[in-house]
Each structure stands twice: as C-alpha cells, then as structure tokens.
Design a protein around this ligand. Sequence first.
Ligand code: XMP
Length: 416
Amino acid sequence: MVEICRFMDPPSPRENPGDAVQKLVEYIKANMGPDDKGLLALSGGVDSSVVAELCKRAVPGRVILFHIDHGFMRRFNGRKESDLVCGGFSGYPGFKFQEAGDFFYKYVFGVEDSDEKRAGFRHAYSELLKEVMKKHGCDVFLDGTIKPDIEEVDAGIKLQHNPGLEDKYGAEKVIEPLAGMIKAEVRALAKELGIPHLRPPFPGPGLAVRTPGAIDLKRLEVEKQANDIVETEFPGYFREKQGAEMVIGPNGEQKPFQYFAATFIRRGREEAKSSGKVRACKEHLAALGIPSAGVRILGTKVTGKTPEDKRVYDDAICITADIRPGLWPEVAGIAERGLLGIARVLLDISGTCKGKPVYDVVIRAVDSTDARTAKVSDVSPDFLKSLSGRITSECRDVGNVFFDITPKPPATIEYE
Ligand code: XMP
C-alpha cells in the first residue's frame, strides 16, 4: 500500500511567506526517510517549480526533477515550452528531461471520447513515470498537486491527470506538499522563493484537453500556433490595460487567471438536431434587445457543471451579432445552471470566413481566485478582433474565431 502524505493545514503564505516556506521545507524533510530517493514530476508550471525549489532546500541532491515533453506542450513566440523549462532548471542538481511525444501520441491520438482521451493520457503518464522511478531507484514520488485539484476531482466536477494515480508509480510514498493550498497562495510562495510567480496555469495533459474530439498531428499544430498567439499577445494587452500582466487582489483574485485558445473540428450546421436550443437562444437574445443574431451549435460537446455540481458534456452555442461587453453576462445567462443543455455561449469575433476551413478556434480568458469559480475577463472587442485576425491569417484552415463569455459555473475553464 502506498502511503500518501498531503500537507493539508500549512500556514498561510499570503500572511507570512517566510514562515510558510520554512514549514514546507520541514514537512518535506520529515516525510523523506533518511535513505529515501525522490522523483518530482516537474511540469515547469508555478506549482511543481515551487516544490522543486522546496526540495532543493529540504533534501538537497536527493530528488530527481523529472521533466517530460509529452508532445502536447505549448510554444511561446515559436519557442518550445520544454526548451524554456530545460533552460530554467538545467542548473538544478538532479534535473532530467525526456522527450516523449511519440509515446503519448500512441495513447491519445485518434481517441474521440474526451474521458477516454484523458484516460489514455493518464495511463501513458503513470506508465512512463513508473519506468523512470524504477530506472533511477526512486521510492518516493512528489508532485505539485494543489487543494482545488483534489477537491474537484473528489467531487466529480473535474478530471485531472494525476490525482488517483498515487498507487501507479511504483512508489512507497507520495508526498504532495502543496495539497492544502490554492493558487494565489502558491504564487505567494513562488514570489518568496524568487521564482517566476505570475504564469497562468496549464493543465497536465496540456493542449490535449484544448482540442476536444480526436486529435492528429495537423490539428495539434494548428492548436499550438493559435494558443501561441493568444498566450503571447495577452500579457502585453493586460500590461497596457492594468499596468501588469496579472494583478492579484487582496482576496487573492487573479486578473487574469488564465487565457488560452482551444481548437475544434468544424462541423456542418447542427441546428436541425438541436433546434430547440437555437430557438431558445434566439428568444433569449430578442428579449435582451438583440433580435437578428445568427445562432448555431458548435457541433462538439464541451464541459460544464450541472446544478448538482457534477461535470457534464453539453452543447456550445455560437452567436454572431455585435454585442457590447456590458451585455455579455446577461447573454451568457442562457447557459445558467445548465438548464437547457447549453454548456457554453461563444461570441463570433471573426466575421465571415472564406474558403473551406477545417477548424474553429475558441479564445478563453478568465479571472479567478482558485479555479473553482471563474469570471470572464474584461477584454476589449478591438483586442479580440486583432487576435482573431492573427489567428485566421497565420493558422491554416481556421474558419471562425469565438470568444467564450461563459463563467464557471455553469461552464468549466477547460473544454474537456
Ligand atoms: P476546469 O476546466 O476543471 O479547470 O474548470 C480548473 C483548473 O484546473 C486546470 N486543469 C488541470 N490541471 N491537470 C492539471 O494539472 C489536468 O488534468 C487539468 N484539467 C484542468 C485548468 O487549466 C484550470 O486552471
């Protein structure tokens, strides 16, 4: 039986970051036996980077920092994310890197069903790490899992790539030092530790959960390009608008919390099958004084939260109309509590598309404190139009670009 050590009641790093760092270092020290050798799954995001720095202080030289490029990682301005992670950590003792795209693709490519695709990713992830643990003689597994990840997975709202795999790595013990923290607290720790603390979160399976339905290399490439445009343009936009790429309020709200692009296979017109939803949406818009909007269904089901706080896959409604941002919350109200089987409301920001496109792209930008709830970020329509222009001209075969105006709940942040 694997022993799971989760530090559930750490002191708040937002009040006294120095004390929190010290207690976390002590926690890792106390839970690593004198002869234990650890392996940390290092994605390079804020959470696992904080654990890497804590391990360096707590048990120097006794933890391998293992970074995998699983093939679904991002690019920033055309540079591979794993190059940046390797650049940042190559000076750390015990840093190791493995390029494993081909291994993960075997389990993920071509899988239509979202839950099966996630299961394929989880299987590849645990198999690879089990192999690595064995090869390096490690008995303790560490990761940067945080509190909302555990709680939302337990509640059935969210699917996550790692919770639930604890007994699959071949470890005697799993240590999760950040299990009692929310994102804003981890950012405060990162700041105290002197490591980059403002990066938006990125899900473990990466772009695999931003390409709902079956993926192949061509589609993944389009997603990488579109996401690169969105993730490299947003920081400059927010710096200009609010003086910083992210502002963290006194209550821990991060503005923006996360922004990204998702890529969908463009389907034929789906209204016929779901005409009730389209009609309900048109009536809803007319009642809001928007009488002649184009309304269609995206054609791929996406995730939402039911009134009972469970995860559900449902339709996304695409609206073509000039709607001012002040009205977005009311327009998105059609998805309220998942009553009509509508999980998302997407605004067309691209206008007419030419040729025979294969994909549609959805841009998402949200503010949040802990990712359990999220508000749509205040983004100007002109900036969205400029993003859409870059995406349609630089990414092959993209037709429409949409902006998601649905909060969480009733939506989730990612699309599967
Ligand atoms: P959702 O989409 O469930 O996401 O509202 C909430 C937060 O969790 C992130 N997320 C993940 N992170 N592995 C991760 O490490 C995953 O499998 C995963 N799924 C979602 C998501 O990006 C958001 O910040």
